[in-house]
Design a protein around this ligand. Structure first.
Ligand code: BGC
Length: 892
């Protein structure tokens, strides 16, 4: 196994001397295989050290087998993307594209990248769905070989099965690709080697409508002569446990896992061999005796199958498969990065608890699993691994907050001198592992934590002079990593792990500063649209399973907030085009039910300002503010899409909602019904008040009266620091940032948090652990303050009219304990970065603006006359610049 020690890191732009394109993408992915569209979008970033540099023109050419199939021609345009404009692409074909860009001085630079199309037509699928043939195996009984199952529910999980097919290639291999997916989870092998490094494939989508297939290059694994392709198949989201469902077996989408794969081998003479799943495959159970995302995995090394996916293996005894025929109706090409192991964490501490029982600390709460080295075990020895996020005060593992998720793996030894165990079809949210039944002494070297998540490319970096704030950012980052596991989940540990819509929309701006999450959320939005009810309501969780609730204020509004935010961050109007019908149907639904424009009816579960502290934000205030927000974004989307009538209609509706809001909730003194922090923050942030001073005054008074302490829950917390800063109270925002009393971010950090907690009082000095019914230590919602760190502390944001950061606002706010802060963000056109530092009464601000962008830079000094840029007096605090590197000094 190759350990991933580098972590989830930012790739720096190249160091260049002139305008240079880099990071070429097709459909927003680097050199993707198996794209599902015949007219992909090609995009690139730019780097240049030259001040004021920009792309004057570009030219894209597309080649197939070295032959040009499309030439965009030189286009005088500073856009850094183009949609393929030639004849529709051919299915299952490799393409190369070259990009030339020309700068303002007429100098050119050229680079190239690749992509390959997948199966663009459903008729090309020859593969049949395979499953274990239950009919010819009447004795089949799922084993109950897991000790102490938390509930009998586990007994119904069928053990994963191994599938194989041997075949002969009569000619050499020029190119070989496998297109594969499963109703369940699968891992492919070919000739004894694992195929690819993707995990938990095919990922979670609304399988009733959309099932992604993955494309792998296996050219290097195959050869002329005998070959074998094989797969392990487990249940996953398809038929395993998801959420807290208490049915005897989860079966959200189907009852049994099924496999689908199509291997396509191209030979040098142009001929093609296709080996697809069909009745000629064979299958059997193997060493994985049990696997479930929530419950864990059991592995019996005594049952290992040896070289089962290699030629020459004796497959006697393997059973015929159940051939369920072809049905490609739900298949779509994967559009986003898969889950991968992105970092391996060595154990930091092992504590012996006696009798072969140990508690291992990874030092970091993650979503993932453990790889365990076992030495000196006897055949049949069983080792149990239980996972938890926290320890009890006596040092034992705390698991009460997992509810019915077992999060337990078992390994049974075959008695070899050295063995390794790592489950493949489960994922746990944990920092600590209890390892029981280990032979001899367990050391930190025997245990590695493997962090798993959707491998969204890293986009941002933030660091400052304060260790507590850096830890907060690390916690936010790990919250994102632990919860972006194929879909944006609420938490990775308990029997939940659902795509809660409010959590997703609240955290999205922060998430987007940290990683390129465009395709990740675009994929999720497709499931959101699919799940919308006939009336137009959006379920609380996407993909839609379990809750039965839909149309909740702030939750269902993800339908408008997510596409609009993605558009603003990435500038891809196709997101809006796709989302438009569901945006519009959503706001129409709320409007129909609330003709007087105060959202009181059809509020579903109405969670209010979820997990607020000791106050109760008025629910109608919250709902109506969100109604306005959704209508505002729907109108804005209509404008971008050129739908003038709709833009006018929704724009006017927004005016009326704002009026109704003021009339209903704002009194003569500017107090807002309920008088809570969130109650003030929402209308301030959503622009619902014509006169804002009173609301700001009441908000600040509330904070002061509470000794500068917050009361916000999920809905309010993201707005707190940005709004205080916007209205001249950055000092208060910094106080909240540095606060370490309960409730605050600092309180959890003071008590050792390495991720963001679900509730402010997840653990307190007075009461210990919070309510077990709902107490995750890895929930990103309260981490939505991350946006403020990037936008206001590092000072990287864009003007209200700007999309994809083409018109930057660089406005760092000094304050609190910070003496320096720095940040960078990879905008769709290139990297912007800032760094400010105060030494000996002098402020220094360094800014890099990417090619093509403009920036309004605010130098945070009390003395505008003192501002110098690159040593030259500037004499003003604010300046407007183009691309380049700028270095300001001023009085601090
Ligand atoms: C989830 C939340 C979610 C909430 C809705 C919880 O169980 O973990 O994050 O938004 O339910 O009230």
């Amino acid at each position: 196994m190759v350990l991933v020690t580098s972590g989830w890191l930012l790739t720096d732009p190249p160091t260049v001397e002139a305008l240079t394109p880099y990071d070429l993408r097709c459909e927003h992915r680097a050199d993707p295989l198996g794209i599902g569209t015949a007219r992909p979008r090609l995009s690139w970033r730019l780097a240049s050290p030259v001040r004021g540099d920009r792309q004057d023109a570009f030219r894209v050419r597309l080649l197939r087998d070295g032959v040009q199939v499309w030439d965009s021609g030189w286009r005088t345009d500073d856009r850094t993307y183009v949609d393929h404009g030639g004849a529709p692409l051919t299915s299952q074909t490799d393409y190369v594209w070259t990009l030339e860009v020309r700068d303002a001085a007429g100098d050119q630079s050229e680079t190239s990248a690749t992509f390959a199309t997948g199966l663009l037509n459903k008729e090309e699928w020859e593969a049949h769905w395979l499953e274990h043939d239950y009919d010819t195996d009447p004795k089949f009984e799922p084993p109950v070989d897991r000790a102490e199952p938390r509930s009998v529910r586990q007994a119904t999980i069928a053990p994963p099965r191994y599938y194989r097919r041997s075949f002969e290639l009569k000619q050499p291999v020029a190119r070989a690709r496998v297109y594969a997916t499963a109703h369940g989870l699968y891992q492919l092998s070919a000739n004894g080697q694992r195929v690819g490094a993707d995990e938990l494939t095919p990922g979670w989508t609304d399988y009733r409508e959309r099932l992604a297939y993955q494309t792998y290059d296996v050219t290097h694994l195959l050869r002329e002569g005998k070959n074998v392709i094989g797969a392990v198949l487990g249940e996953g989201w398809w038929s395993g446990y998801v959420g807290w469902d208490t049915r005897s077996h989860a079966h959200h989408y189907g009852k049994k896992p099924q496999l689908l794969a199509q291997l396509v081998v191209d030979h040098p003479d142009g001929s093609r061999t296709v080996v697809a799943t069909d009745g000629s495959w064979v299958e059997r159970p193997g060493p994985i005796r049990f696997a479930d995302l929530l419950m864990g995995e059991s592995y019996d090394a005594r049952l290992e199958l040896g070289d089962w996916s290699s030629p020459g293996y004796d497959a006697t005894g393997w059973a015929p498969v159940g051939d369920m025929g072809a049905d490609p109706s739900t298949l779509i090409a994967a559009t986003t990065e898969p889950v991968r192991v992105t970092e391996d964490l060595p154990a930091t501490e092992v504590t012996a608890r006696g009798n072969g029982r140990f508690i291992v600390d990874l030092g970091q709460n993650i979503a993932g699993r453990v790889r365990l080295r076992i030495r000196g075990a006897q055949a049949g020895d069983r080792i149990r691994l239980r996972h938890g996020e926290m320890l009890e005060s006596d040092g034992e593992l705390y698991t009460a907050n997992l509810r019915t998720a077992d999060a337990t793996d078992y390994f049974v030894s075959a008695g070899a001198a050295e063995e390794y165990f790592e489950p493949i079809f489960t994922v746990h949210g944990f920092r600590y592992v209890e390892i029981d039944g280990y032979p001899g002494e367990l050391t930190t070297e025997d245990v590695t934590g493997r962090a798993l998540h959707s491998d969204t490319p890293v986009a941002g970096r933030f660091e400052c002079s304060d260790a507590g704030v850096n830890q907060l950012l690390s916690n936010i980052r790990w919250g994102q990593r632990g919860n972006f596991v194929s879909v944006p989940t609420d938490c990775p540990q308990r029997d939940e792990r659902l795509g809660w819509t409010a959590d997703a929309q609240i955290f999205l701006p922060t998430a987007a500063y940290q990683a390129d999450v465009l395709t990740f959320f675009d994929n999720w939005l497709a499931d959101l649209a699919t799940a919308q009810t006939d009336e137009g309501a959006i379920p609380d969780v996407i993909p839609h399973v379990i809750t039965g609730r839909h149309g909740t204020p702030a939750w269902a509004d993800a339908a408008t907030i997510v596409p609009w935010t993605l558009y603003r961050m990435y500038g891809d109007d196709r997101v809006l085009r796709k989302a438009w019908p569901s945006m519009r149907r959503w706001v129409d639904y709320v409007h129909r039910a609330n003709p007087d424009l105060i959202w009181r009816n059809r509020t579903s579960g109405h969670y209010g300002d979820w997990l607020q502290v000791g106050v109760s934000t008025d629910r109608d205030v919250l709902a109506t503010a969100y109604f306005a927000r959704s209508v505002e974004f729907t109108a804005a989307a209509a404008r971008v899409l050129g739908l003038e009538d709709e833009a006018a209609t929704y724009g006017e509706l927004w005016e009326r909602i704002a009026q109704a809001f003021r009339k209903e909730f704002v009194d003569a003194e500017g107090k807002i019904r309920g008088e809570t922090q969130t109650g003030y923050l929402l209308p301030l942030a959503f622009g619902l008040l014509p006169e804002e001073d009173a609301a700001v005054k009441h908000l600040v008074a509330d904070l002061e009266q509470r000794d500068r302490s917050l009361t916000t829950g999920f809905a309010g917390v993201a707005l707190l620091c940005p709004i205080l800063t916007k209205y001249g109270h950055a000092d208060l925002a910094y106080d909240l940032l540095h606060d370490d009393r309960n409730p605050s971010w600092g309180y959890s950090i003071k008590h050792g948090a390495t991720t963001i907690w679900e509730r402010w009082d997840g653990w307190t000095e007075e009461n210990g652990f919070g309510p077990v019914a709902m107490n995750s230590f890895n929930h990103y919602s309260l981490g939505s303050v991350g946006e403020w760190l990037y936008a206001d502390v590092a000072g990287i944001s864009q003007s209200p009219e700007s999309v994809s950061f083409r018109d930057l606002v660089i406005r760092p706010r000094r304050g609190g304990r910070l003496t320096w802060a720095q940040g960078s963000y990879d905008t769709p056109t290139g990297r912007v970065s800032t760094r400010w530092e105060i030494t000996d009464g002098v402020l220094r601000l360094d800014v890099v603006v990417p090619p093509g962008a403009t920036a309004t830079i605010h130098v945070p000094t009390p003395d505008p006359d003192s501002v110098r840029e690159s040593g030259q007096p500037l004499g003003q605090q604010v300046c407007r610049v183009g691309a380049g590197t700028y270095s300001f000094t001023a009085k601090a």
